[in-house]
Design a protein. Structure first.
Length: 333
């Protein structure tokens, strides 16, 4: 399974073969079971059914900054100075919307990851004027849709820079990190800033990543150097915990951010949907309450973190707001 559950286990490796952002699993009894006592005391922010979902902006940065960032073998990068500039060219263009659209193209429209990656590279217009390199370079992919697409994006851009680039699926972070550190099987990898930082730090007693991109990058660089790695520039593209409502709900209340939601919903009528762990995890219900002052009338437990059950519950009007992943292809409009 793909363990991309930020608030549950940021150090767990990412692996999966199914939908990019809807395949993570969690313990729980399944959709629709109430996991908290008390009913909504009002109705202003009660659920509104609708087919389309929209993520409310995390404007106070409750979630860690999991921006897509290139990670490379440091020795190889030093011997091939054109490597990181080419990958940084990807970071300069890549957005969360791009991730959403590419995930949807593969998981919903059933296009191949290689074709989707090639189309994005062509559209982004980043292959001209690149510093030139040469020789073979293998880009690793973790085996889930988004990682595979990004690995192909990296490889296509590296080919345009003169490298003989290929993509190699290498599985979980424990496996591919060793391969990346060794530098013989793979030399580059599309990583996620905060998760990668926490994994390299490996001290569960402390939190070195945060919602601040610059501070998290500052913490990552020495950790990467110690591991024989180097990182490029983080992109604006983010795959992290996010909270979605139906567009009908957002339009009704005129909300775009979680702060907007807190201002609009003070009557206790919000119903939150998420995994069983949500009521006790700092990046889920307690974090939403502490950081934004949100008030929830009840919580509904779903056993597929960010997956089809949770998204369906939002669409059906079972919950007002639910946990998703910010780059989920289901968010494509």
């Amino acid at each position: 399974m793909r363990a991309r559950i930020r608030f549950i286990a940021p150090l767990v490796a990412a692996v999966a073969l199914t939908a990019a952002c809807g395949s993570s699993g969690s313990s729980g009894t399944g959709g629709g079971s109430s996991a908290s006592s008390g009913n909504a005391s009002g109705s202003k922010c009660a659920p509104v059914a609708g087919d389309k979902l929209v993520v409310l902006q995390d404007d106070k940065h409750l979630q860690n900054a999991d921006n897509v960032i290139p990670a490379v073998n440091a020795a190889f990068s030093q011997s091939q100075p054109a490597l990181l500039p080419a990958l940084n060219a990807v970071s300069a263009k890549l957005t969360t919307k791009d991730l959403v659209d590419m995930n949807a193209a593969v998981d919903v429209d059933r296009k191949s990851a290689t074709d989707v990656a090639a189309a994005w590279v062509d559209k982004a217009g980043i292959t001209s004027g690149l510093q030139k390199g040469s020789g073979p370079v293998a880009v690793g992919g973790a085996g889930f849709t988004e990682s595979t697409v990004l690995a192909n994006v990296y490889a296509d851009v590296l080919k345009a820079a003169g490298f003989d680039a290929s993509v190699r699926e290498v599985g979980s972070r424990e496996l591919y990190l060793k391969a990346l550190e060794g530098g013989t099987e793979i030399q580059a990898f599309p990583e996620y800033l905060a998760t990668f930082t926490e994994f390299l730090d490996a001290d569960e007693a402390r939190q070195v990543a945060s919602g601040d991109v610059d501070k998290t990058l500052e913490a990552l660089k020495p950790l990467a150097q110690t591991a024989g790695l180097a990182v490029g520039e983080p992109s604006k593209a983010v795959d992290q915990n996010a909270y979605a409502v139906t567009t009908a709900f957002a339009d009704k209340l005129k909300v775009k951010t979680l702060s907007d939601l807190a201002k609009a919903c003070g009557d206790g009528s919000l119903i939150l949907g998420g995994p069983a762990e949500c009521p006790t995890r700092p990046f889920c219900q307690p974090g939403l309450e502490k950081t934004y002052g949100l008030k929830f009338g009840s919580f509904q437990e779903y056993g597929d973190t960010g997956g089809p059950l949770t998204k369906a519950a939002i669409q059906k009007g079972e919950v007002s707001i639910g946990l998703v992943f910010s780059s989920d292809g289901a968010l494509a409009q």
